[in-house]
Design a protein around this ligand. Structure first.
Ligand code: 13P
Length: 253
């Protein structure tokens, strides 16, 4: 079975509920009739309910950008998988590099989040990627990325992996306008798939979607998506306007 491409928008800390509603509507209307591509938008927590209303009854899926791994409890400021599921959220980003960088999220915590998401029927998108310093240190960046994949999925079996996707986002390419070349993205994705195969077997690795993220734009999406192991895109800046997100969704057109 070929992997269906997934184009996901990460709205980061942008949009009030009203902005989010407008953006969701424009994406929903502009994406009508697009086939063979799964579409996901990940607004901030405070806009999830508004976007859920706009996307109800459409094939567009709703994702969150983060969550805590406990269901309930004295965890001031946190949001649980139960709360997300109740809003109609179906996917959740786990371990985005901005979470790792600014909020100190470590692989062990992220592993707990992946497991909590799965336990509540949410599809985790585990984000991995090396920093510029790690990339410039030589071949060891590969071990960093492989380590993030292995640690994030630790304790899972191939049978658990169905809902899981991986997003490879080299930190040096996020918000910088410096996209990885298609060949560099392919190299990293192939390596990630190999790491998945070592732990979970060839079939589970073959079935996994591996998204690329980092300055994906309408003018580079097509060449990135042409690589065999690039199964989608996780889009930041260009997902905040329908004019730039829609051409990315329609990369085949
Ligand atoms: P940009 O597309 O703005 O580089 O952001 C990428 C990203 O971090 C998506 O999660």
């Amino acid at each position: 079975m070929p992997r269906t491409p997934l184009i996901a928008g990460n709205w980061k800390m942008y949009t009030t509920p009203e902005d989010a509603r407008d953006l969701a509507r424009a994406i929903r209307d502009g994406a009508a009739g697009v086939e063979g591509v799964d579409i996901l938008v990940c607004p901030p927590f405070t806009s999830l309910a508004a976007v859920a209303e706009e996307l109800a009854g459409t094939p567009l899926a709703l994702g969150a950008q983060n969550m805590y791994y406990e269901e309930t409890g004295a965890f001031t400021g946190e949001i649980s998988p139960l709360m997300l599921a109740a809003l109609g959220v179906s996917s959740v980003l786990v371990g985005h590099s901005e979470r790792r960088q600014h909020f100190g999220e470590k692989n062990e915590t992220l592993n707990r989040k992946v497991k909590a998401a799965l336990a509540h029927g949410l599809k985790p998108i585990l984000c991995v990627g090396e920093t510029l310093a790690e990339r410039e240190a030589g071949a060891s960046w590969k071990e960093v990325v492989r380590g993030q994949v292995r640690a994030g999925l630790e304790g899972l079996d191939a049978a658990d992996l169905g809902p899981v996707a991986i997003a490879y986002e080299p930190v040096w390419a996020i918000g910088t306008g410096k996209t990885a070349t298609p060949a560099a993205a392919q190299e990293a994705h192939a390596m990630i798939r190999e790491a998945l195969a070592e732990t979970f077997g060839a079939q589970a690795a073959e079935e996994r979607r591996i998204l690329y993220g980092g300055s994906v734009k309408p003018d580079n999406v097509r060449e990135l998506m042409a690589e065999v192991d690039v199964d989608g895109a996780l889009v930041g800046g260009a997902s905040l306007k329908a004019e730039t997100f829609l051409p990315i969704i329609k990369f085949r057109a």
